[in-house]
Design a protein around this ligand. Sequence first.
Ligand SMILES: Nc1ncnc2c1ncn2[C@@H]1O[C@H](COP(=O)(O)OP(=O)(O)OP(=O)(O)O)[C@@H](O)[C@H]1O
Ligand SMILES: [Mg+2]
Length: 335
Amino acid sequence: MLTEISLTSFRNFENQIFTFEKGLNLIIGPNGSGKTNILEAIGYISQAKSFRRAADKDIITWGKEFFRIEAKLEKDGTKHNISISYELETASKKILVNNKPVEKTSILFSLFPSLISTDRDQDIIDGYPVERRNMINRLISIANPEYMNLMLDYRKVIENKNVLLREQKTKELKPWNQKQDDLSSRIVSYRREFIERMREPFGILSKEFLNNKKADIYFSPSLDGSRSLDELIKEELEAGFSIYGPHRDSIDFLIDERPAKIFGSEGEKRLIILAFYFTFLDIYKPESMVILDEPFSVLDRRGTGIVLSHLLNQTFISAPFIYEGIQKFEKVLNL
Ligand SMILES: Nc1ncnc2c1ncn2[C@@H]1O[C@H](COP(=O)(O)OP(=O)(O)OP(=O)(O)O)[C@@H](O)[C@H]1O
Ligand SMILES: [Mg+2]
């Protein structure tokens, strides 16, 4: 649980301390007041990067030389402090956990996992398949940290293969195809297993979220085991880059058996992703901090109530004002 965060030269906060409670923390304020900036800082403690995909230099308050986030957290009755700073001149990031430097940023995540939902979530459903693969990759990595390494290895193989394909070096391709085949089958089985485990509970929860419509997720791997990469070599050489494998898998969301990307309303799309995230938390990481940036802006009163009734643990929600449906909360931060 996050109890306090202290920001120095972080976005529009030059020097500010905020305290939080267990349960629901609301961050309220007009446009541009810094609500998302605070959520960004909270997310940064867990992920050592901005969920807005902002460059670290852009997070520093304009005209300043560095930013620092200091946080006090509690986990299983033990207090921890974290300090993350980034210096403009050297472009270097320093992370201290309980005053000791840490090299691997993944330590933060394993200590304080977080799940972040923003208004970009609608793009997960609407956008290119890569958006959905990224989302699934993120969740599977939270559940199985070794999956992240598998994906890193896989990306390197694809980069190497792409060079060889571009240069039409047919003979050298074989060992890389072998590597890709091995990694692919492991990645696909992680994905299959994850989606199979999620499907039923997600379907059930989605009916509650979507006022009786049922959402589903559909996974179709690019390599399903029926053909090996060596058999596809001609097509890949013609394309000049790698066109088969998990980096081309397709994942789609359905709403009442129709593609959500075509037929889902804006609110429905956000609710589908929220139902998916909450299902994930239930099964895999119930202790995660949950960060929701403006979840209610596209939701009606029923949707708002449903989301609020499913919150567990510590949640941070931003909103321009306290909506009618929000009745129970532990803390309001008024900017
Ligand atoms: N590096 C920076 N230095 C100083 N101020 C910054 C920096 N980056 C962003 N800001 C300021 O932060 C403000 C945006 O804050 P933020 O996105 O948190 O607002 P918000 O409260 O979430 O608003 P909305 O309701 O529109 O989502 C901008 O108005 C911008 O001026
Ligand atoms: Mg905002």
